[in-house]
Design a protein around this ligand. Structure first.
Ligand SMILES: NC(=O)C1=CN([C@@H]2O[C@H](COP(=O)(O)OP(=O)(O)OC[C@H]3O[C@@H](n4cnc5c(N)ncnc54)[C@H](O)[C@@H]3O)[C@@H](O)[C@H]2O)C=CC1
Ligand SMILES: CC(=O)C(=O)O
Ligand SMILES: [Mg+2]
Length: 617
């Protein structure tokens, strides 16, 4: 897969007129080149005497930085080193990461970022992004403008840090890591993005009792006060950056769904945990279904005479364990794709899902119409008339029906975990999944909880317990399972939203889309699935390649996703006027070229000093 440089050759990097000189330039992470400043620029920009004599290439600087990185033994120390590098020199930071993508994404993102966020107050050195605190909301617009005045901004990543990865309420953190991935994988110009933390307090007692905690040390604000605070922020974004993409990350489940619903129609908002996870999982399931049906013409469906190959999404029976932001997002995305791809009614598609949370299988028994209306999960409640037989905890009520019971009863073809419950996919459960299917069928098992230690079952165990039949992908990176079946190695795809959200975001921004529609998400997922190594390596049968592309290929893959998403936005009329009206002189056939032009790559531009030129952020 091409990297982003192939879309942005050096001659397309225009010289930049900047208004910074001397110390201010060396301490600007956006413009600093360190020893990479050529002699002529040193002279013109007041840097003579401020740098050692030798001019280094970016390549040499990367070599030096990588050597320094390798001296840090633990992943968390590498993470802090890279954060410092980012504080000093963005180009070098992104250039280094791009050269060692596969190795370093787990350092700046899951799993290591979880540790960095939970120790944020102790590791704190320098702030990054915008912090908007509830008690200072009177100053919100001033703070916002102070950081953004005069800037063109395409992307705003916001979090209130209530549900960070699987580690819960962390007060502050995450949005900067997600923004960095947008640049690294999606090619978004980092000076055109803004990471925002909405500090509405924390219910994490450990943080509240920590004298070094850097957030607002009060309990979380809830209810109307919370909604009006968030609304104040969203209205600022809409006022000052009406064409930006607003990315919500790691909000608590109820707020996440409510906020997405509230703003979806009026601004291009995107909830990564709901929609990004839904889209990447859809791609993964699409790819797994294709692999699973390869080489088989007939599958006996249980005891019935009916013979079918489960080739379509709507042929699947899907259990989702953990019905929070990610679980619901996945259910909705798979359901919508069943409707769009297979032409079935939504009500019929809903019946393909069994959602399980702490209380067991979700079902509608005893719920009033009013409480059903308020519950965003209601579409997936199983009817209380459904029979669960003698196995259910309280026969006749459907109360507390466990994962194992549901598995035995419905014989799922797809089992997805996003529960944060480490080890919840026990040997009994996984064996029951495999036993429920015809011998030739591959059960699709996706334990998606992050970070790695929270995985519902390790790929190695799943593969062992199913005698190599399962098709597996995980939320955090896992090693290849060596000599798994018949001596074959099995690569484990990383089904993480970071494999698709940068492309979705870039595509939506490129198209100046007024909303991020379900059909745009499906178009991105379909393109991602088409790039699956498992599909592309099929040779009559599954040969152990990963269900999703490797993170080492993520930039090229996301470029393709971005093109697909932007094309879909134009085709369906969600794109901005300049695409739809033809006034700008470009249309659908120009998407790829425009995307290439918009890509930001970590290369030093030539600088020209100009008092009227761009300044620091
Ligand atoms: N691979 C990926 O791209 C993504 C993975 N995730 C991961 O998925 C997990 C959940 O994330 P969110 O949905 O954002 O959190 P969430 O808090 O919204 O949802 C978690 C759900 O699991 C339920 N749960 C907890 N323990 C359970 C148990 N023992 N049995 C059944 N259900 C249980 C909770 O009640 C809650 O409804 C996290 O570990 C997160 O890192 C989330 C987003 C993306
Ligand atoms: C990947 C991600 O967004 C999460 O685990 O929350
Ligand atoms: Mg998240």
């Amino acid at each position: 897969m091409d990297d982003l440089h192939s879309h942005k050759p050096a001659e397309l990097i225009a010289p930049l007129r900047i208004s910074l000189r001397g110390h201010a330039l060396l301490t600007s992470p956006r413009f600093n080149k360190g020893t990479g400043f050529p002699l002529a620029e040193r002279k013109a920009l007041g840097l003579e005497g401020r740098l050692p004599t030798k001019v280094n290439t970016l390549e040499q600087q990367c070599t030096r930085a990588y050597d320094q990185l390798l001296q840090r033994d633990l992943p968390i120390r590498k993470n802090t080193f890279l954060q410092s590098l980012k504080d000093q020199n963005w180009t070098l930071y992104y250039a280094l990461l791009a050269r060692h993508l596969r190795e370093l994404i787990p350092i700046i993102y899951t799993p290591t970022e979880a540790e960095a966020i939970s120790s944020y107050s102790h590791l704190f050195r320098r702030s990054e992004g915008l912090f908007l605190a509830f008690p200072h909301q009177d100053m919100m617009e001033e703070s916002f403008l102070e950081q953004t005045r005069g800037r063109e901004i395409d992307l705003i990543v916001v979090t209130d840090a209530e549900a960070i990865l699987g580690i819960g309420d962390q007060g502050v953190g995450i949005s900067t890591a997600k923004s960095a991935i947008y640049t690294l994988i999606g090619g978004l110009d980092p000076s055109r993005s803004l990471a925002v933390t909405l500090d509405v307090g924390t219910n994490n007692e450990e943080l509240l009792n920590d004298p070094l905690y850097v957030g607002w040390p009060e309990k979380r604000v809830r209810g109307e006060a919370y909604d009006s605070f968030v609304d104040k922020f969203v209205q600022l974004v809409r006022k000052h950056y009406p064409h930006s993409l607003l990315h919500f990350e790691d909000f608590g489940v109820t707020n996440a769904h409510r906020l997405l619903g509230r703003y979806r129609e009026t601004h291009a908002v995107f909830n990564d945990d709901i929609q990004g996870t839904g889209a990447v999982t859809l791609a993964c399931v699409m790819s797994a279904i294709r692999v699973s049906s390869e080489g088989r013409t007939i599958v006996l469906d249980g005891d019935s005479d009916h013979q079918t190959v489960r080739k379509r999404l709507s042929d699947q029976r899907v259990i989702i364990f953990g019905a929070g932001s990610a679980g619901l997002g996945i259910a909705v995305q798979l359901r919508d794709a069943m409707v769009a791809e297979d032409g079935i009614e939504p009500e019929q598609a809903n019946k393909a899902f069994w959602l399980i949370d702490r209380e067991g299988l979700l079902y509608d028994n005893g719920l009033s119409e009013e409480s059903l209306q308020k519950d965003h999960r209601r579409a997936f409640y199983r009817p209380s008339t459904e029979e669960w037989g003698a196995n259910s905890a309280q026969e006749g009520t459907n109360k507390g029906v466990s994962l194992l019971e549901v598995v035995k009863h419905i014989r799922p073809t797809v089992l997805i975990g996003c529960s944060t419950a480490a080890g919840a996919f026990t040997q009994d459960v996984i064996e029951a999944v495999a036993d429920g299917l015809h011998e030739g069928e591959h059960p699709i098992i996706l334990p998606l909880s992050n970070p790695s230690r929270l995985v519902e079952a390790t790929p190695e165990n799943i593969i062992k317990w199913t005698n190599g039949r399962a098709l597996v992908a995980t939320g955090s990176p896992f090693e290849t399972v060596k000599k798994a079946v018949n001596g074959k190695d099995i690569d484990i795809g990383e089904c993480n939203n970071a494999l698709i959200y940068p492309g979705i975001g870039f595509g939506a921004i490129l198209a100046q889309s007024r909303s991020v529609t379900d059909t745009m998400l499906i178009a991105g997922a379909r393109r991602l699935a088409a790039l699956s190594p498992a599909i592309n390596d099929l040779d009559g049968a599954y040969n152990g390649s990963a269900l999703l592309p490797d993170f080492g290929d993520a930039p090229g893959v996301n470029f393709e996703v971005a093109v697909a998403v932007a094309e879909q936005a134009i085709k369906e009329g969600s794109a901005g006027q300049q695409w739809l009206s033809g006034e700008a002189g470009w249309g659908l056939e120009d998407v790829r070229q425009r995307a290439g032009e918009k890509v930001w790559v970590p290369v030093y531009a030539d600088f020209i000093y100009d008092k009227q030129g761009v300044g620091d952020l």
